[in-house]
Design a protein around this ligand. Sequence first.
Ligand SMILES: C[S@@+](CC[C@H](N)C(=O)[O-])C[C@H]1O[C@@H](n2cnc3c(N)ncnc32)[C@H](O)[C@@H]1O
Ligand code: SF4
Length: 398
Amino acid sequence: MLEPPGKPITSLYVHVPFCAQKCSYCAFFSEASSGDLINRYVSALIRELELLAPDLRPGTVFFGGGTPSILNLRQWEEILSAMQRLNLLGSAEWTVECNPATVSLDKAKLLKDSGVNRISMGVQSLNEDLLNRLGRVHSREMAFKSWDILRRAGFNNLNLDLMFAIPGQTLDVWRDTLIEATALQSEHISSYEVIYEEDTPLFHQMKAVQVDVNEDLACAMYEELVDHATRAGLVQYEVANFARDRSEAPTDLLTDRGWTVPLPSHACLHNVNYWRGGSFHGAGPSATSYVRGVRTKNWSNTALYCEQLEQGRRAIESTEILSPLARAGETAAFGLRMPAGWPFEDFLRITGHDLRDEWASDLRELTSNGWGHIDERRFHLTRRGLRFADAAAQLFLR
Ligand SMILES: C[S@@+](CC[C@H](N)C(=O)[O-])C[C@H]1O[C@@H](n2cnc3c(N)ncnc32)[C@H](O)[C@@H]1O
Ligand code: SF4
């Protein structure tokens, strides 16, 4: 279902491309911060928001990175007052990603008072040795301290990012992190298996065979994650995402977007929009947008990004118009990352294609190997299939 031209887009992603220091595994576009470039970026970002604002009425906003919490109070104030001027405040869900090393009570309160109502904190591990190995800039103590600051600032919707299958991590060490992390009673946990991204220090260590990749251990860790999170009262609603369900009244966003799949009350609606094939605007270097079937990507170069916006135009590096079938295939693949899978009627309404026709043999293959389950209403991956969701997703791409 494509948003018609007159109807503004309801989802905004903002990329903040700076970090205090680069982690050894990370391929997100970000660089160690420098004061002047950050100031220049803030002005360019405001210019880009001005260009996007006429086509935006945000229901969800997500500031990701990089490390959005690295911006100082003055830089945040500039962005927030521009958003107020442009009518971009007041979204139902507004997430800001934080690194424990750059959280302060002043900043947390400013964000809270401005309408940010969800914080996602990258912790990765609560084991000091692993944090060092990953090149994280913070200690485990700092993670706990920042967590307390966020709670004191009044945030009641917090996410913790964790990683597993980290080189050197045993099952016992992972279990200890899960026990300590769930004891924090976060409303949400995201946890991904380490990906060896090309051109990262971790990738080069792996290539030089300094790192063991143990698939069985990674599987055991994933099982442990699902069990721990479930025992802690979190509901899995995506391969790597778990949220508390306090059965609060659903926001209008759910009905507006026509999602019929069940979601725990603290699911990240911004991310659900990606998995359901919705449109979104992206601002900032390297950000992608997907608007009415057209995908664009901004330059992954902060100086170039600033230069373009200083000249009054968007800093778009590439534009791709997907065929309706290719788009439907991607939407199928993303949506299957959710245990709820795809109700056939939803998929047809959103994409114009019937999952049971175009992908009939793929559905058969996945059900016969135990990765998928089909009934008259929907198709979804099983617990085993979710573990291999990336491989299953490949089948749907056209
Ligand atoms: C942009 S970062 C989160 C916020 C902040 N930059 C931080 O790291 O503290 C998004 C998340 O992606 C995950 N991530 C990044 N690179 C990864 C990789 N190579 N493999 C698995 N997970 C990764 C991490 O859990 C990370 O917290
Ligand atoms: S994981 Fe987060 S803090 Fe580390 S380099 Fe990537 S974006 Fe920066």
